[in-house]
Write a protein that binds this ligand. Sequence first.
Ligand code: SF4
Length: 445
Amino acid sequence: MNDTDSDRTALPRISFVSLGCPKALVDSERIITRLRAEGYELTRNHAGADAVIVNTCGFLDSAKAESLEAIGAALNENGKVIVTGCMGAEPEQIRDRFPNVLAITGPQAYESVLGAVHAAVPPAHDPFLDLVPAQGIKLTPRHYAYLKISEGCNNRCSFCIIPKLRGDLASRPAGEVLREAEKLVAAGVKELLVISQDTSAYGLDLKYADSMFQDRTVRTRFYDLSRELGALGAWVRLHYVYPYPHVDEVVELMAEGIVIPYLDIPFQHASPNVLKAMKRPGNQDKALERIHRWREICPDIALRSTFIVGFPGETDADFDLLLDWIGEAKLDRVGAFKYEPVRGAAANDLGLPQVPDEVKELRYRRFMEKQQEISAKKLAAKVGKRLQVIIDEPGPTVSKGRSKFDAPEIDGSVFVASRRPLRAGDIVSVKIERADAYDLHGIAV
Ligand code: SF4
């Protein structure tokens, strides 16, 4: 055994499994940052760890099944398992199946997770604080980072249990968010991905209170935060925005080049009947008007959305209306889900008929086919243009990156041929030469 190995055996080791959405990833990053600050070492190997933390996702039944599987695997391979995250809000589901887990804590229960780790594996004597970079430990590549601006949600969409799990909207003061963003940018982050459950509602719970940032006051408000973030010098990408009228002023920031021209708006459906049953926020009847207005303000804005097909009570007419709507909205990127009843969601008690699985499947395929045509046309229209591309995965001759119109992990890529070597996080100008159904291909100029 060499010196390094003997040092390592002195450090308590935690294996960490992070499941679920970007919001859960941010929770994982915070827990890991704290663990590293206290001198714990992270390992990907359950077998060699002193304990395992599983950050679960409880949103859909399929995500719950994945979480339970991860807990089972951790118990088999290690035996000392701490469960946190969304599924932890309903501990009996986990206890029934795995009575031996050491502790179960709910989402954002950072202190409880740390307490459970301390009980299972006491921290090393020296806290190794100097091992922690000022911006925390990122699970995402160093050149982009998720920035969580609030927790919880004041809406009560009938298919969703997030407000039950995470509570009402609780915004972080603008100054606090901006200080975190500033540190991230100073540490080399080139793209900030703003996330929350409802980004456009940011600050409502704090009555848009002023907070200090640098030597001035900034309102805890969507527009003010977006403008200040845009001034930090990184790409700022906005996720989970609803089509409220006050979003128009943020789109103006996009037209001015302050925030990148990308909006992720989960529309979920277009039929008034379905939207009513879903209890969706915002005036969705006016959603098309809003989209047209945004395109007037910022013609190259990229719009991404998600939709649910096969919601209880969705008729053929509702579905046809949805198809017509996406034909008119011409969104750039779209994800779709087949409705899955989530335990505890109000949608289960609406008394509406379930859509049979084969109908859901058919509608899903028709929906995706129609959207693929639209997305492909939109991509084809970019051929011949020059786009700024951020490099995610450098390669010897071709690197993989994204334009301002693509978010990491959910949208498409731009494959960039280059004579000079590129590095992750480089932002290069690319002449687009070819498009396929999802991606663009071009040459660095
Ligand atoms: S807006 Fe609706 S779907 Fe989104 S978190 Fe809130 S309740 Fe859930």
